[in-house]
Design a protein around this ligand. Structure first.
Ligand SMILES: NC(=O)c1ccc(N[C@@H]2CC[C@@H](O)C2)nc1
Length: 245
């Protein structure tokens, strides 16, 4: 059971994960819970302000400490002991290995910022870890938070129907995915590789491993350390590359 608290100005956005697909079913099955706390609900002023001008000048606004801190406190009360993760381009780059390190956590609090960001003292006082989903700037931390929720939910037992499919997930193997096909057998004259119609499961396993190795070598060579490949993997990669010549 993964229990996620989210501090966000846009709780409605999280319906994208609570009401759809694998994560929606995980919520229905009680394997995933997502609860949002909105800093705007913790403002004291009539205008319910959550942002203010930046010290030092410059464009945009900065999220104020007090409302966000109060929302985090409310989340902590509901999720005692949960680490607080702030999503930002300044964070550690999330990859499948990072997902694996976060996966054992039963509780997490995700802090999604808006505007130009949050007051640095919030990070110093409340944030346990900063994570980034990639080197690009987004309007808010909500989408990165949902990316993290989806990746972590898939690692919860029972969330992904066929457990084997999670193990075979690309990156779970450290490789890119092999090609997938389904009916019809021919589209615009393009047919399905006959090995996949053979019913020979060992041949199919080898073909898929060869494709994963070859595609990874061609598109993301840095993901392959040839010295760590098994004899079978080395042979399959060589075979793939010979066929490409
Ligand atoms: N690459 C990322 O994971 C990422 C995370 C957050 C973000 N934007 C928010 C808005 C203001 C500040 O909180 C940060 N952009 C990119």
């Amino acid at each position: 059971m993964l229990n996620v608290g989210v501090v966000t100005l846009f709780p409605e956005m999280f319906r994208a994960v609570t009401e759809h697909g694998v994560t929606g079913r995980a919520v229905d099955a009680g394997r995933l819970a997502i609860q949002c706390w909105n800093p705007r609900d913790y403002t004291q002023d009539r205008h319910r302000n959550v942002d203010d001008s930046p010290y030092g000048g410059g464009p945009g606004m900065v999220m104020q400490v007090a409302p966000v801190r109060a929302a985090i406190a409310a989340a902590r009360a509901a999720l005692p002991g949960a680490p607080v993760i702030y999503l930002s381009p300044q964070g550690r780059r999330l990859d499948q290995a990072g997902v694996e390190t976060l996966a054992p956590a039963a509780r997490l609090i995700l802090l999604a910022g808006r505007y130009e960001g949050i007051d640095e003292r919030l990070i110093e006082l409340e944030v346990d870890a900063e994570w980034s989903i990639g080197d690009y700037v987004l309007s808010g931390g909500e989408l990165p938070a949902m990316v993290m929720i989806d990746a972590l939910a898939r690692r919860q037992p029972g969330v992904v129907g066929d457990a084997g499919s999670v193990d075979a997930d690309s990156f779970a193997t450290g490789l890119l995915d092999y090609p997938h096909y389904t009916r019809p057998e021919s589209i615009d004259g393009r047919t399905v590789p006959e090995v996949l119609l053979s019913g020979d499961h060992e041949r199919i396993r080898r073909w898929r491993l060869k494709q994963a190795l070859g595609r990874t070598w061609q598109r993301r060579p840095e993901l392959i350390d040839r010295s760590r490949l098994s004899a079978e993997e080395q042979a399959l990669l060589d075979e793939f590359l010979r066929e490409q010549e």
